[in-house]
Design a protein around this ligand. Structure first.
Ligand code: IDP
Ligand code: MG
Length: 138
């Protein structure tokens, strides 16, 4: 079991001014920040990052949305980080997310759902290295 996961605060949340509140929730939940940056994805970046979803009907919409405003990318550390962070953010569809989860509090739709969280240790490592060089980790 790895102790690291990868997250993005998504365009709807940065545009709505919720970045600070979401980072507070993450820290209050016991995660420590190993690396963090504010940046904006190009359409090509988003297509590459979400290549695993290329066959899904919402892929075009997802990539347009993810490149529409800045995002915050971060590598987080905690015991059992991947599962623990998925529990903190809640279900993909905010209408199904448990009360108190980040998506229940900040997401506006199934697409604009405030945060990304890696779904496995393997993908956490791949996604983290998409944004960060090893020397950028604190
Ligand atoms: P996850 O982010 O909870 O892991 P995934 O199934 O991996 O959910 O989907 C990746 C992202 O694609 C979601 O977070 C959301 O932004 C978007 N997405 C998922 N399902 C839909 C949909 O049915 N319509 C539009 N966008 C979707
Ligand atoms: Mg996913």
């Amino acid at each position: 079991m790895s102790n690291r996961t990868f997250t993005m605060i998504k365009p709807d949340a940065t545009a709505a001014g919720n970045t600070g509140k979401i980072i507070d929730k993450i820290i209050e939940a016991g995660f420590s920040i190993k690396a963090m940056k504010w940046t904006q994805l190009s359409m090509e970046d988003a297509q590459k990052f979400y290549a695993v979803h290329a066959e899904r009907p919402f892929y075009g919409e997802l990539c347009e949305y993810m490149s529409s405003s800045p995002i915050v990318a971060a590598i987080l550390e905690k015991d059992n980080a991947v599962e623990s962070f998925r529990n903190l953010i809640g279900a993909t569809d905010p209408t199904k997310a448990e009360p108190g989860t980040i998506r229940a509090m900040f997401a506006t739709s199934i697409a604009a759902n405030a945060v990304h969280g890696s779904d496995s240790d393997e993908n956490a490592a791949i996604e983290g290295s998409f944004f960060f060089a090893g020397r950028e980790l604190a």
